[in-house]
Ligand binder design. Structure first.
Ligand code: 5RP
Length: 224
């Protein structure tokens, strides 16, 4: 199977995973990216079995609406049963790097508002040590240079993601060359820098379960 087929397989697996728990009034959280899109497309076949979704980005909201799925504001939805989203990297604790699609802040908010975070990805995202994928940091535009200097002090090489403005009107610094051995500590330290909105480490609130596409089928992995 190629990577696209693995993404489709985990999208379907995520639908199978949540479907038995969905009720007419259920609202689910939906992530952003090509793997999340596979989930949305598979979910659309079952849109009469739940009420709607909260989207983690404008792009996801549009895709859900295109399928005729009702999109709710998170403030109107309350606590969500499930959040389903992809990742750029995961380790065995299901600590993640996310934000390759610049949607990290809303993704983190919707994940925090959900009882269960189901991560979906293909096995190219599995790593022993997080940080080969540059860590995205969402920053208030006027703080960009200051935050970059502070990130250098932490030992990384921040690179401004040219031409990208997040759905929240901010910019992204991608932090290269961090071998991340203590993800919770680093997530908190970066978030303490004035001007940072949030960073793409999902370690304080990791995924609860990972559905990982492999050539031997989809594996269900719980955090170690
Ligand atoms: C977007 C994300 C995505 O979940 C992450 O980049 C993975 O994307 P894809 O499924 O396309 O590989 O965090 O901000």
């Amino acid at each position: 199977m190629n990577q696209d087929q693995l993404k489709q397989a985990v999208g379907l697996a995520a639908v199978d995973y949540i479907l038995p728990h969905l009720e007419e009034d259920s609202i689910i959280g939906v992530g952003t990216g090509s793997t999340a899109n596979c989930f949305i497309d598979a979910l659309a076949q079952h849109k009469q079995k739940f009420d709607g979704a909260v989207a983690s980005s404008d792009a996801t909201a549009q895709r859900l609406k295109d399928h005729g799925i009702t999109v709710y504001d998170l403030n109107a939805a309350g606590e969500l049963e499930f959040y389903i989203d992809g990742a750029d990297e995961t380790n065995e604790k299901l600590e993640l790097i996310k934000g390759g699609g610049a949607a990290l802040t809303r993704e983190k908010i919707v994940a925090a508002s959900s009882k269960q975070f189901v991560c979906i990805c293909d096995d190219s995202k599995w790593v022993n040590v997080l940080g080969q994928f540059p860590l995205p940091v969402e920053v208030i535009p006027m703080a960009r240079s200051y935050v970059a200097r502070e990130l250098v002090k932490l030992g990384g090489d921040p690179v401004y993601r040219q031409g990208v403005v997040t759905d929240n009107g901010n910019v992204i610094l991608d932090l290269h060359n961090m071998g991340i051995r203590s993800a919770i500590e680093l997530e908190q330290r970066i978030n303490d820098i004035v001007g940072v909105v949030t960073n793409g480490l999902f370690a304080c609130r990791p995924a609860d379960v990972l559905l990982m596409g492999t050539s031997e089928g989809v594996k269900t992995i719980l955090a170690k």
